[in-house]
Design a protein around this ligand. Structure first.
Ligand SMILES: [Zn+2]
Length: 333
């Protein structure tokens, strides 16, 4: 018997009649984190980590949702579930599922590096590990985040001294707050796009961040000069951004490891900073679980599963609809 099955609606536990991060509306959905490919609208009831509750409410509007603490277990029809830190973004969890002595863990998205805002990734022993592998190629090896944050502060300080405005882009949930947490506010003022500001506001109840100033219709080019603007990547080339004249642009993403991605997006400065595990992070996470079986869900799934098989794991790929972060999207967005 398979404790979790991959169905047309999502990852399904038939014994408990619950789905994990379903991509279609269901009765009961257990949610790993707030990114739009994992937390989708249309389910009757959601269960997630308590920090993720206000995040998915902000994204999905009025939904029925209950929050659980990390490590708190609960039973549904004899199946024991619990949420454990995934270190991906604030509130992100791996979901542990146990029934009759068999343990499965579904990671959602995760990283093994600490980011200063999310509860650090917690390795969990299991029989079957369902893992993402967004960056599941040996070429992906992340630098220590502190060096990236130092580069970002140097870039802004240099621009500030030349009265050039800096535009720093990243995903609205997780990446932007990680950047904000490590920015040196003594350099100047930090301005935000509305999408960035709203999500940061939700997270201020859990995390201390430097002061930010929302850009409104009345914000002038003069006001922001030499200062820093935090915004989602979608603003690139928009009228919203053109209003501020010549800017120095920076983009923080794991995909910036690809030269082609920088060129195609015409980014002045690429900061390779990811909220997903790199190659070494993925391998170390899998080793720690002590699992016999690995199922890869999104990313370089086939190559990664093949590598794991060669190393002695029973690994396979399952098709899912977790696909928000791809190189193509990072370039095209
Ligand atoms: Zn995610």
């Amino acid at each position: 018997m398979s404790l979790l099955k991959f169905t047309s609606k999502g990852i399904y536990c038939s014994q408990a009649d619950v789905y994990l991060d379903p991509w279609k509306g269901v009765n009961k959905a257990l949610i790993t984190h707030g990114h739009s490919d994992h937390a989708r609208w249309g389910s009757k009831h959601y269960i997630t980590n308590e920090i993720n509750v206000p995040i998915i409410k902000h994204r999905l509007g009025s939904i029925s949702v209950s929050g659980k603490k990390y490590g708190e277990s609960f039973k549904v029809n004899g199946v024991k579930f619990s949420f454990h830190p995934a270190g991906h973004v604030p509130g992100s969890s791996q979901i542990r599922v146990e029934y009759r002595g068999e343990v499965w863990v579904f990671t959602g998205d995760y990283k093994t590096q600490k980011d200063g805002i999310s509860s650090p990734f917690e390795p969990i022993k299991c029989n079957t590990f369902i893992t993402e592998c967004t960056f599941g190629l040996p070429v992906f090896q992340w630098e220590e985040p502190k060096y990236i944050h130092a580069k970002i502060n140097d870039w802004w300080a240099k621009n500030q001294s030349g009265k050039i405005t800096s535009l720093l882009m990243g995903y609205s949930l997780g990446k932007i707050q990680r950047l904000l947490k490590h920015i040196d506010p003594s350099i100047g003022k930090i301005y935000t796009h509305n999408a960035t500001e709203q999500m940061t506001k939700v997270l201020r109840q859990f995390i201390d961040f430097p002061e930010t100033h929302l850009i409104t219709r009345n914000t002038t080019k003069r006001e922001v000069e030499g200062n820093l603007i935090l915004a989602p990547p979608a603003v690139m080339g928009s009228a919203w951004v053109k209003k501020f004249g010549h800017l120095s642009t920076g983009y923080a993403s794991g995909w910036m490891a690809f030269r082609g991605a920088r060129r195609r997006r015409a980014i002045d400065h690429a900061f390779v900073l990811s909220d997903h595990a790199d190659w070494k992070g993925l391998i170390s996470a899998i080793k720690y679980t002590g699992c016999e079986n690995v199922i890869t869900t999104h990313g370089y799934t086939d190559i990664f599963a093949q590598y794991l098989c060669e190393q002695g794991w029973n690994a396979r790929t399952e098709k899912t609809q977790y696909d928000t972060e791809t190189l193509e999207k990072a370039i095209a967005e």
